[in-house]
Design a protein around this ligand. Structure first.
Ligand code: HEC
Length: 146
């Protein structure tokens, strides 16, 4: 009998620990933005001139350096939403990461920027699932990112 009680207590503790981790809110500025900055921004930032004076446009007209651009999405946004708060499976910011590396739509394109780790993908998935809250973050201005 006592064994059962101890077991019940241990199980209860294990469950509450697990849900505590699961409930931690993802902080966009601290946890998501650094990933985007590292792996996405060099191709998805406002127009800038490179060292040869050539104008560099954001790929797919997608600007990811501010909240407005991230919410608005790119040129295919209407057919394939870039961000559906609450549903990562309907958010190409997430689904494109899961495609095969040699798929044309995989992001970031192979060998062009650091690929996301498994944990980084999970974090992005959770951020979207929890409603894609940007907190107080509105934009990053130290541009261009090369
Ligand atoms: C080396 C350049 C490069 C990097 C880095 C890059 N992308 Fe892209 N991205 C592209 C190009 C080129 C396209 C347009 C072709 C296409 O749709 O696949 C594109 C298109 C997209 C689109 C489709 C937008 C639309 O509505 O048409 C999304 C979403 C996207 N990228 C997300 C990301 C994310 C998220 C990252 C970082 C994890 C990233 N990209 C990193 C080059 C890049």
């Amino acid at each position: 009998m006592r064994k059962n009680i101890i077991l019940a207590v241990i199980t209860g503790l294990a469950f509450s620990a697990a849900s505590a981790i699961g409930e931690d809110k993802v902080d966009f500025e601290k946890q998501i933005w650094p990933i985007l900055k590292e792996s996405c921004i060099k191709c998805h930032q406002p127009v800038y001139e490179d060292e040869r004076g050539r104008s560099r446009r954001p790929k797919a007209d997608l600007i990811m350096t501010n909240k407005e651009g991230l919410v608005k999405g790119g040129e295919a946004n209407e057919d394939a939403p870039n961000l559906t708060p609450g549903d990562p499976t309907k958010s190409t910011y997430y689904t494109r990461l899961l495609l095969d590396l040699d798929d044309d739509e995989h992001m970031p394109p192979e060998d062009k920027a650091p690929q996301l780790t498994g944990d980084q993908k999970k974090l992005l998935e959770k951020w979207i699932k929890d409603g894609a809250d940007f907190g107080d973050w509105t934009e990053f201005t130290d541009l261009p990112v090369k």
